[in-house]
Ligand binder design. Structure first.
Ligand code: ZN
Length: 64
């Protein structure tokens, strides 16, 4: 989110300011996410993809 007083962006997930984070990604309507939260999200998504893939492998293995 953008602070209307300072004009600076803060991460909508963890609240870090643009000064505290390495990089801030700005989205629609002044939404923002910091690099740290992007990494956390990436980890969550990757583990979900891995789990889905492994379950699929197990299913296919059990079928044959
Ligand atoms: Zn953040």
């Amino acid at each position: 989110m953008k602070n209307s007083e300072t004009g600076k962006f803060h991460c909508d997930f963890c609240g870090k300011s643009a000064d505290e984070s390495g990089q801030m990604i700005i989205g629609k309507e002044n939404s923002a996410i910091c690099d740290e939260c992007v990494c956390k999200c990436q980890g969550i998504i990757l583990s979900h993809i891995k789990a889905t893939y492994l379950l699929k492998q197990l299913d296919e293995g059990a079928a044959s």
